[in-house]
Structure formats: structure tokens, C-alpha cells
Design a binder for this molecule. Structure first.
Ligand SMILES: Cc1cc2nc3c(=O)[nH]c(=O)nc-3n(C[C@H](O)[C@H](O)[C@H](O)COP(=O)(O)OP(=O)(O)OC[C@H]3O[C@@H](n4cnc5c(N)ncnc54)[C@H](O)[C@@H]3O)c2cc1C
Length: 303
């Protein structure tokens, strides 16, 4: 482990100030939230930022708020542990809480933020598939004001987002959901804990009492340069009764439309096969037993 070089650290008290520092100091700086990606990159991967802008003193960047229109706003600096344990998230989107619970260890989740997970833009980011399946948007702010993007437009490639260097991710907004929405997130990592996803699959379905699927969203992690939706797989089940055979066909379609690579964790072929199996499993789990799932049970019902 390399000892990082001494560097300049700023602790602005507003978004405007944070953004102005980056404008003034120029390229080569980094924002800091929980530091669980940034500090590791500096200590172990040779990243040497020219300066760091710590966002933790900027007010109103964390917390979870149920809005009057039914949407849910999650501040960018909200920790994974807060997402995992939030009564509002657990009640309305238990699979999102579950995806936050999959991140690292409890020590990591007490520091890691949901905004850092998105801004770091790793294809395997655990919370991204659930947020994509919920059609979440992101709020981005800088000296010039605020703008909102769909999460799908936000990711541009591994480690790349649509943010300008001086822009800050301020919040994630989940639109009001249908009362019959159910979902599931499944992470495949053989080590079970403290490992990145080899494959992640999130599904969000609107099902009626006869398991007719009025709306279907399927999102995949770690199998393309960015977390992705699988629209052809979604089309297989939309407006259909969800059966095991249909879930299998949707899984096959998702396996065809993902774009995995081979790396130290897994071959592309294996990832593709896992997408098929996990998409089928996630669809059936969501339809059968929606709701928060304990660790032990979660392991059992994955495959
Ligand atoms: C041991 C260990 C295990 C891990 N396990 C997992 C895992 O299982 N699953 C998983 O998905 N991740 C995992 N991670 C990665 C990491 O914990 C998450 O990606 C985390 O959510 C990053 O958030 P952070 O607040 O720590 O980000 P930071 O490290 O502070 O920042 C990450 C990047 O995003 C930028 N950034 C942060 N916040 C903002 C913002 N609001 N606006 C603009 N830019 C911003 C920073 O400049 C930096 O480039 C693990 C990390 C460690 C060290």
C-alpha cells in the first residue's frame, strides 16, 4: 500500500462554494463523500488527486424524504446503512434496501454513500440496478444551477458520468411507484460478502392479483460498461401472466442483450449464463414473496 502524497483539502459549506473551488483550481481535483472508493484508489491504485473537496460540510446533502407527490428523495451523502435501514425504503422498495445491504461490510456501509456509488460509476455498483429498475433520476448542481437526469443518461462508461468536473450529485429521486409494485435484487458473488458483484440483477414489476404483469423493468449490473436496462427482456413479460416458462424466456433474452466482458472475476460466457438464471430467479422471487429478506434467507433463495 502506497502512502498518499500530501494534498490540499477543502471543506466548503455550500454547493456553490464547492463548485467554485473546482472551477478555480482546475482539473485534477476530486470530491470526497465517504471515501470508500476514493481513498482506496489513492492508496492502492496510484490515483493522486491535485486536491480534494470534502462535501460532508455542505448542508442538506443527506437524508431520505417522502415527498407530497409520492416520490422519494435520497440525498447523495446518505449512507448505505441509512438506505438499508430506512423505514420508508424498507416499506416501499425493500429490494433497494436489500441492494444497499449487499455493499461491503457494515463498517463500509456506515461510510459509503449512495451518491458515491453512483458518481464512481463502477459497472458493478450494487445499488445501480435497483435504482434503474425504479426509473430513478439524479439531481446535479453546480455554480450554474441545478439539472435533473435519468439515471440511465447519467452513466456514460466505466468511471464516467454525465457530470461536469465542477458539478455535484446532490440527490437521487425515485418517482412515485404503483401500489402493486414488487421487486427483487440478486447479487452473484461467490465469496458472499465483501466482494463486488460478478453479476447483479434487479427487477421491478407491477403485478395484478393474477400475476399479470402490467409493467416490467429489468436492470443488470457488471455485465456491460455501465449498469443497464434490458428492454427486450422486459417486453417478453409485459402484459403477460408471469409463469416459470415466461420468466425463463425473459432470462434468455436478458442473457442475449447484456454485453459482459471476461476479467479476473469471471468469463463473459459465465456472466451471460448467470444473467439468464438470475433474471428468471429474480422475476419469480419478486412475484412470489416480495418484501425484505433476511441475510440467511436471501442466500438460500438466490439461485
Ligand atoms: C472493502 C470495500 C468493499 C466494498 N464493497 C462494495 C460492494 O459490495 N458493492 C459496491 O457497490 N461497492 C462496494 N465498495 C465500493 C464503495 O463502498 C461504494 O461504491 C460507495 O458507495 C462509494 O461511496 P463513497 O461515499 O465512499 O464515495 P467516495 O469514495 O467518497 O467517492 C467515490 C467517487 O465519487 C465521487 N463523488 C462522491 N460523491 C459525489 C457527489 N455527491 N458528487 C459528485 N461526485 C461525487 C468522488 O469524487 C469519487 O470519485 C466497496 C469498497 C470497499 C473499500
Amino acid at each position: 500500500m502506497r502512502r498518499p502524497e500530501p494534498l490540499e483539502i477543502f471543506q466548503p459549506a455550500s454547493i456553490r462554494e464547492a463548485s467554485a473551488i473546482v472551477k478555480e483550481k482546475g482539473p485534477g481535483g476530486r470530491f470526497l463523500a465517504g471515501g470508500t472508493d476514493l481513498v482506496i484508489a489513492m492508496k492502492e491504485k496510484g490515483l493522486s488527486p491535485k486536491y480534494v473537496v470534502d462535501l460532508k460540510r455542505v448542508p442538506n446533502l443527506s437524508g431520505i424524504c417522502e415527498e407530497a407527490d409520492g416520490s422519494l428523495t435520497i440525498g447523495a451523502l446518505t449512507t448505505m446503512r441509512e438506505v438499508e435501514t430506512s423505514p420508508a425504503v424498507c416499506k416501499r422498495f425493500p429490494f433497494l434496501a436489500q441492494s444497499a445491504a449487499e455493499v461491503g461490510s457494515i463498517q463500509i456501509r456506515n461510510r459509503a454513500t449512495i451518491g458515491g456509488n453512483m458518481a464512481n460509476a463502477t459497472p458493478s455498483a450494487d445499488v445501480a440496478p435497483a435504482l434503474l429498475a425504479l426509473e430513478a433520476g439524479v439531481k446535479i448542481a453546480g455554480a450554474a444551477g441545478e439539472r435533473t437526469l435519468n439515471l440511465g443518461e447519467f452513466f456514460r462508461g466505466p468511471g464516467q458520468t454525465a457530470m461536469l468536473p465542477e458539478e455535484i450529485l446532490t440527490a437521487i429521486v425515485i418517482p412515485a411507484a404503483h401500489p402493486n409494485l414488487v421487486g427483487e435484487y440478486i447479487k452473484f458473488s461467490p465469496r458472499e460478502m465483501m466482494d463486488l458483484a460478478y453479476v447483479g440483477v434487479a427487477v421491478a414489476l407491477v403485478l395484478d392479483g393474477k400475476k399479470r404483469c402490467d409493467a416490467a423493468r429489468i436492470a443488470l449490473g457488471a455485465v456491460s460498461p455501465t449498469p443497464m436496462r434490458a428492454p427486450k427482456a422486459e417486453a417478453v413479460i409485459e402484459k403477460q401472466i408471469l409463469t416459470e416458462e415466461l420468466a425463463q424466456r425473459a432470462g434468455d433474452e436478458a442473457a442475449r442483450e447484456c454485453k459482459p466482458i471476461s476479467d479476473v472475476r469471471s468469463s463473459a460466457e459465465y456472466r451471460r449464463a448467470m444473467v439468464g438464471a438470475m433474471t428468471k430467479r429474480a422475476l419469480l422471487n419478486a412475484a412470489e414473496r416480495p418484501g425484505p429478506v433476511a441475510w440467511t434467507e436471501r442466500r438460500e433463495r438466490r439461485y
